[in-house]
Write a protein that binds this ligand. Sequence first.
Ligand code: PAF
Length: 285
Amino acid sequence: MELAATVQGVRQLVGDARARGLSIGLVPTMGFLHEGHAELIRRARADCGFVVVTIFVNPLQFGPREDLESYPRDLARDLQVAAVAGADVVFYPAVEEMYPPGFGTHVDVHGLGTVLCGASRPGHFGGVATVVAKLFNIVLPDRAYFGQKDYQQTVVLRRMVRDLAFDIEMVTVPTVRHEDGLAMSSRNAYLATAERRAATVLHDSLEMARHRILAGERDGAALAAAIRERMEGEPLARVDYVAVADPDTLAPVTRLEGTVLVALAAFVGRTRLIDNALIDVPARG
Ligand code: PAF
């Protein structure tokens, strides 16, 4: 596996691979890699001739009171995880490499970026879209891989790809979970023992939603209220939002039919966790 810290360096490696006729897969990450990231890399490895993993804790997507400084980092371990999962190159630029003095261009995906997580994290998805657009332009991948855990991110980025005509296939990979259902996330590292136990309330609430739908619930607002009540039953969790929404537009749905997105965010202690499920609503016979 090769390493590159500069735009020029990674472009050189990718250019050589393309000249050898290899297709290019890109896995953008903020590092502190876990099994969820490894799964993205393995998918890219299976689909593509040359796999680029990027590790960059992107300041643009953190709010002023968020965890940019304390965000977990462990480059040595990340390089091992990336190598074992099948990366060909890891690109780990410094902040000045991505955002040199005078950097002044911003990508905003209006509408989709201001609801759900965007409502509690103003500017977050603009920061994500900006860095991912730049990574796309640096690497020019054929395919790019993102986890379903960040469902809204996948919707925002797909819209960006369509709107700005990036010629890239977007691949969404199912969420990887711990045995008790908690979605893998770099931020799980912040959880104290009791909080780690309490954090399963997100997945448990999604399972409850699935069962209610299978049992005949078709009212979106009633389902959202039941999920909120379930989450509020966990004393260590503070609900940020519960959404029962259209998977493409992210708009709330009143009547449940087709496939619905149930998306949640909660603070467990000081750690903000998210999770979601796409649930197929059975047609009534
Ligand atoms: O999902 C993430 O880790 C980040 O939002 C991403 C896509 C790497 C952009 O910084």
